[in-house]
Design a protein around this ligand. Sequence first.
Ligand SMILES: O=C(CO)[C@H](O)[C@H](O)COP(=O)(O)O
Length: 222
Amino acid sequence: MTPIDVTREKQAAAQEAATLVSDGMTVGLGTGSTVAFLLPALADLHRNIRCIATSPQTESIARQVGLMVEPFRDVISLDIAIDGADQIAPDGWLIKGGGAAHTREKLVAISAQRFIVIADSTKTVNNLKGPVPVELLAFGLGSTLHRLGNVTLREGVPHSPDGGIIGDYHGRLDDPQSTAAWLSGTPGVVEHGLFPPEMVTTIIVGHTNGKVEQRIITNNGQ
Ligand SMILES: O=C(CO)[C@H](O)[C@H](O)COP(=O)(O)O
């Protein structure tokens, strides 16, 4: 069997996603190594797009390759957002936030008409497995951690770009909907990395032979 070439898979998915963008669009840019392949592909194909970046890393690379990046402040709606994922379940639930950017990534995804997920084939799983990344408010951190129970704080990337404390929740995940609702309803949790299928338009998975597989998850009301 051919060994998996994750780099080629990421590249293939990113390249395909870049073709879904048209000149004149406002484009949300996710964060991570798959998105890093998307940025030059977008810059090669499109001269006239406006971009919103979900992290300082993405913003810096996007500017280096010549993309026009603006702050996400007065923009209300994006035409499209493209981002990676850590795990993709068959029903379209995602875990994101391996790169600690899930709060901004969720805001950008929910604001986009279409949210496209790009990934290598190792990201597809039969069942989501924890942990789930969480961003927590520094104020009251000890109390929030006590109520959540099973959270480890990150050492590598301890803060989000917005100053939140990044951790990983290791609790139950057999019903992502109820875990997501519980995390969202816990005061002190700024955001968690469970993304529901309703947020996802299309998943593009790259394969080692350079081909991609596209799965439509929801038409987002279009
Ligand atoms: O959610 C994310 C960052 O917060 C990334 O999209 C996710 O971690 C996937 O990263 P990569 O493309 O490097 O595999």
